[in-house]
Design a protein around this ligand. Structure first.
Ligand code: ADP
Ligand code: MG
Length: 211
């Protein structure tokens, strides 16, 4: 996975830490408030194994990331982010790591989150960020978009998807207990997913501008 693993993990930690109060507030409003702490614990655990990850191929690294998140994060999000990476690992065995390959890998990962969470678009969860991003990647592949164009587009749909959760009622997760009272609050997992995807995209956009 090369040296880039610690670069990605650090960038993700920076953005999550910078928005920690906001995310805690979101999960307090319609959940139990622990989402950002769960995620920070998972990211600390990834940071601690970043040297190991750097020696692995993508499939092995995704598996290690998924297992680590699964065993350290806790919460609904721990098992769902864990599931995402474990299934990306399986898909990565059959793909090259280019835009088309990554798109296929991510799509399969998101499909597994849908199955695990028994949820889909429009239920006020992380999937309202993840599904539009997976679809945007697939569209970029069929449009033959450049990497930078694909990244710009997916950053935009991630924000739109995250923001779309504000007006939804939740039918899955803790927020589903609130009914109409969940309306007016963005879903915490949709926000952290968007922040992490944005941070990864920014690194790739910057690095692809290098000569
Ligand atoms: P918990 O809800 O167990 O306290 P977290 O607070 O860490 O766990 O994570 C909550 C987030 O998990 C929610 O904001 C939502 O995005 C996501 N989530 C919860 N249930 C589901 C589900 N069934 N499918 C997809 N995402 C879900
Ligand atoms: Mg919670």
């Amino acid at each position: 996975m090369t040296m880039s693993s610690s670069l990605f993990i650090t960038a993700i930690q920076n953005t999550i830490n910078a928005h920690a109060d906001e995310v805690a507030e979101l999960d307090r409003a319609i959940g139990d408030g622990d989402h950002v702490v769960n995620l920070q614990r998972g990211l600390d655990a990834l940071n601690a194994i970043s040297d190991d990850l750097a020696t692995m191929d993508w499939s092995a690294a995704f598996m290690k990331i998924g297992m680590t998140l699964m065993s350290t994060m806790g919460g609904a999000s721990g098992s769902l982010f864990g599931t995402l990476f474990i299934n990306m690992s399986k898909a990565a065995k059959e793909q090259d790591m280019n835009l088309a390959g990554f798109s296929a890998i991510f799509y399969q990962g998101v499909e597994s989150v849908k199955q695990r969470g028994k949820a889909d678009l429009g239920e006020k969860t992380m999937l309202d960020t993840l599904i539009p991003v997976a679809n945007s990647l697939q569209k970029s592949v069929s449009n033959n978009d450049s990497l930078n164009t694909a990244l710009d587009k997916l950053k935009l749909v991630a924000v739109q998807g995250m923001e779309s959760t504000k007006d939804m009622i939740a039918t899955k997760g803790r927020a589903s207990f609130l009914g109409e009272r969940a309306i007016g609050h963005i879903d915490a997992g949709a926000r952290t997913s968007q922040l992490m995807i944005g941070a990864i995209a920014d690194i790739l956009i910057t690095s692809s501008l290098q000569p």
